[in-house]
Design a binder for this molecule. Structure first.
Ligand code: AMP
Length: 429
């Protein structure tokens, strides 16, 4: 018989890893709560049509697609935003704006597995819908910073750009959407030469090419200088100029919020998802050269899905990568916080008594594992030691007659007889 392994790109989380994952998810939930985002749980399987509508060729080609038994074309969600947009276009259609919604869960992409890249990706995703004001964009960036801080991550750098600058120029050059999308994809992958070849072949003006070549070089942490240079470069391209003004306003609000973020503006920055219309950003730490999270503004998606025109901005954080970064920076939380107790009956006749005492301790909030293998006392104690448990409760007939047990402190290697109803107190102190 063959040896079964996880499917390529999928991972198991053993108890310690799962505990870390859950603690990071907990932080993501806490940040959501502090910013007023309500949780929504949407299906992992959605219609292919919905997920493909505006995902972009790159994401579409990496989706897990299949037919369900009813012959429907469905797929595993490659991201959350399409599901949220579906909800806002339907069930939440008539609810007052703005919405603040978040989800935590897995998305699936047929990416090439490597360090920090998997096919089941755990994300926390936040969407702020119903505002086109720069303060909304700023909120999503600041919220992301709050999560990074909650995870104890240092030296986070935010890379910020604006899709409207490039698209504004392309629009004015009458470049078809399809070609625009393809060029943005290439830029996202930093394949600038290919992007420029495609541009040159598409018949845009020499001026446009010249400006774009300048733009893709324009980046830096002197953010207001960079945006001002951007503004003077795109002068004459109305929409692009508007976009760079919008970027300036967002950055000013972030700066004035005094949250002290490390930001680098990158004028040639593009992101893989096609639906972005405005500010886009990513967050990185120097220890890893992969993004921990990314997002941006997408003002047209809800309308595209048949809803009221609703401007929106959102972000997805890669929890797997956040954990990796926490590992690199050595800020992972201690998985084990509570005291643990092994309850060991001296004789199998006392199994019932052992379970009774275990239950008493659990009711008092103590973590208990009962000896279920029937090992001799020495073996059971050795095992409890090996697994770094804090105490053993030895349930013996003689002590029980007095309503007591032997409580052994496995760390101090000392033991005492303790009344059953006093064990929890001793263990906790
Ligand atoms: P996106 O939905 O593409 O904006 O991605 C948001 C975040 O999810 C990224 O910044 C990464 O942290 C994470 N992410 C995306 N793809 C993967 C992957 N294949 N493996 C692990 N994390 C990923």
């Amino acid at each position: 018989m063959s040896v079964f392994r996880t499917v390529r790109g999928m991972r198991d989380f053993l108890p310690q890893e799962a505990a870390i994952l859950r603690s990071v998810e907990e932080k993501a939930r806490r940040v959501a709560e502090l910013y007023g985002y309500g949780e929504i749980v949407t299906p992992i399987v959605e219609s292919y049509e919905l997920l493909a509508a505006k995902a972009g060729e790159e994401v579409k080609s990496r989706m897990f697609v299949f037919k369900d038994l009813g012959g429907r074309d469905v797929a595993l969600r490659p991201e959350f935003t399409a599901s949220v947009a579906r909800l806002v276009a339907t069930t939440l259609r008539n609810q007052p704006r703005p919405f603040r919604l978040f989800s935590v869960g897995s998305v699936y992409r047929y990416d090439e597995p490597q360090k920090g890249r998997h096919r089941e990706i755990r994300q926390s995703n936040y969407e702020l819908m119903g505002s086109e004001a720069p303060i909304a964009d700023a909120e999503i960036v600041l919220l992301t910073n709050s999560l990074m801080q909650a995870c104890g991550l240092r030296n986070c750098v935010f890379k910020v750009g604006h899709v409207g600058v490039l698209r504004g120029i392309f629009d004015e050059e009458n470049l078809e959407d399809k070609v625009q999308d393809a060029i943005m994809q290439l830029m996202d992958k930093k394949q600038y030469d290919d992007a420029f070849t495609m541009l040159e072949n598409s018949g845009v003006s020499a001026k446009c090419i010249k400006i774009l070549k300048e733009l893709v070089k324009l980046k830096g942490q002197e953010i207001f200088d960079v945006v001002k240079k951007m503004q003077s470069l795109v002068e004459g391209y109305g929409k692009a100029a508007e976009a760079s003004k919008n970027l300036f306003q967002i950055l000013r609000i972030i700066y004035e919020s005094a949250c002290d973020l490390d930001i680098s503006v990158d004028a040639g920055f593009a992101r893989g998802l096609e639906y972005y219309t405005g500010m886009i950003f990513e967050v990185n730490v120097p220890d890893l050269d992969i993004a921990l999270g990314g997002g941006g503004r997408y003002d047209k998606l809800i309308k595209l899905f048949g809803g009221e025109s609703t401007p929106a901005v959102g972000v997805a954080h890669g929890l797997d990568r956040i954990i990796l970064a926490m590992q690199e920076q050595k800020v992972l939380p201690d998985a084990k916080l509570e005291k643990s107790v092994a309850v060991i009956p001296v004789d199998e006749k006392l199994n019932g008594e052992a379970l009774k005492i275990a239950q008493l301790l659990r009711d008092a909030g103590v973590r208990v594992e009962v000896e279920v293998v029937g090992r001799k006392m020495a073996k059971a104690l050795e095992d409890a030691n090996r697994r770094a448990m804090d105490f053993a409760v030895i349930v013996g007939e003689r002590e029980l007659k007095e309503g007591a047990v032997v409580l052994r402190d496995l760390k101090k290697r000392a033991q005492q007889t303790v009344k059953v109803n006093a064990i929890a107190g001793v263990v906790r102190n």
